[in-house]
Ligand binder design. Structure first.
Ligand code: BGC
Length: 423
């Protein structure tokens, strides 16, 4: 009940913010998005007159509209906030810290009291967070942590160590023998998550590199550190610098092409690829798929982007790590509502951002491949089946009828009928 009330208060706050934005002639950036009027099906009981004691407003800033991942978040925020029939404004920074800063300043000018922000560059965003703090605005870091400042009140995140660990585990589980060529790719060094993902992956891969299962192909820094179980941030930075995709599809594609151009045939064959997210995974997979010396490849991802789900169904991407954005959005809204009414949000732990331990709530993540894609992403209601082709062959559970030419008999011998185990 309390949560429902808090949610209502936030909705009211957002409505108030939207009214200020629309009616007050205040500046909104060109990335500002206003959505339609209340949905007709909005439940009547949630639409009430603003409670007198509520005066809070919330602003949301996301890093770029050019990656489906953040469009997913935008959509889920809208679903959650507009269910009650109100407008919501979400600003995109388009991969530009200066625009991010001006977005934050616009929202401060509009009088927001809580800022939910995914920084483009975690360190550069400290200045924007401090500007917000100076204006009395509470700052919630959303998915990516703002670094090197104490002006972050709360962090809503997924278990990012597990993201990297699950990617790596998938490769380990599917590798046999020794000397398997391993290609490493990472996210943007400006994103704290890129380090956490890599740390999680390294923890699982390193023992399998040290024991000879894998052989790193494309990073001399990683090769030099292959016997080091735990890397410092500086050591990771050295590796990431060599294998960064910058979270950019073209950079990923170009790097994969350069890696394959310089790799001798013995570094190809059946290869294993640690790709940090879905967008870069598709770009990298497309390159590896065209190299005739690559006989097979496994490639990881994360985000369960629609395009990658289709790639997985089609066998063009091996796995993704599903991060249920609905949970993250709900957690962010719960944190914002708590802050608006002067309560401390729930926290399950904390993350050090270089200056302070930021209280955090962390959501679990799930490995998805062909074997569970239907269950995890369709049956769960995250995506509707009609967005994809080829699902029937995957998720039907149908077993093909035995081919007519098969004949043969199978005998089974069990040890005793006296133990229920064998019965
Ligand atoms: C997010 C990923 C996303 C990546 C690129 C990371 O901070 O956690 O989900 O794919 O940024 O935008």
């Amino acid at each position: 009940m309390k949560n429902a009330r808090l949610f209502l208060l936030l909705i009211i706050a957002l409505a108030m913010m939207a009214l200020v934005a629309c009616g007050g002639g205040t500046t909104t950036t060109e990335e500002a998005v206003a959505t339609e009027a209340p949905a007709e099906e909005a439940p009547a009981e949630e639409v009430e007159a603003p409670a007198e004691e509520v005066s809070g407003k919330v602003g949301i800033v996301l890093p770029t509209r050019d990656e489906p991942r953040w469009v997913q978040d935008e959509t889920r925020f809208r679903e959650a906030l507009e269910a009650a029939g109100y407008e919501v404004e979400i600003l995109f920074s388009q991969g530009d810290s200066a625009r991010e800063r001006s977005n934050v300043e616009d929202l401060i000018t509009q009088g927001v009291q809580v800022l939910i922000i995914t920084p483009h560059d975690g360190t550069a965003a400290a200045a924007a967070a401090e500007a917000a703090r100076d204006a009395g605005v509470s700052v919630i870091s959303y998915d990516r942590l703002i670094r090197d400042t104490d002006a972050v009140d709360y962090y809503v995140t997924f278990d990012s160590i597990a993201v990297g660990a699950q990617q790596a585990q998938f490769l380990v589980d599917n590798a046999e023998g020794e000397g398997n060529p391993l290609y490493l790719y990472a996210g943007a060094a400006t994103d704290n998550n890129a380090f956490i993902f890599f740390e999680g992956a390294w923890g699982v891969l390193q023992p399998k590199i040290a024991d000879g299962t894998f052989r790193i192909v494309n990073s001399s820094e990683a090769v030099a550190l292959q016997d080091t179980a735990e890397l410092t941030r500086e050591q990771m930075a050295g590796i990431i610098d060599q294998v960064t995709t910058n979270w950019d599809f073209n950079t990923a594609r170009n790097l994969a092409e350069a890696n394959l151009t310089s790799a001798p045939a013995e570094d190809k064959g059946d290869v294993f690829i640690l790709a940090p997210n879905d967008g870069t995974a598709r770009a990298i997979a497309d390159v590896f798929a065209t190299d005739t010396d690559v006989t097979s490849f496994l490639v990881t991802g994360q985000d369960a982007e629609q395009a990658s789900v289709q790639y997985i169904i089609d066998g063009r991407q091996s796995m993704t790590v599903f991060k249920d954005v609905r949970t993250l959005v709900d957690d962010a809204i719960a944190a914002a509502t708590a802050l608006l009414v002067g309560e401390a949000p729930n926290a399950t732990g904390s993350y050090n951002n270089g200056v302070v331990d930021v209280p955090a709530i962390q959501s679990p993540v799930v490995t998805v491949d062909q074997s569970n894609v239907v269950e995890a992403l369709i049956d769960s209601g995250y995506y509707s089946a009609d967005l994809f082709t080829g699902l029937d062959a995957l998720g039907s559970g149908e077993t093909e009828a035995p081919a007519a030419e098969l004949s043969g008999k199978v005998g089974i011998v069990l040890p005793t009928r006296d133990e229920p185990r064998w019965v």
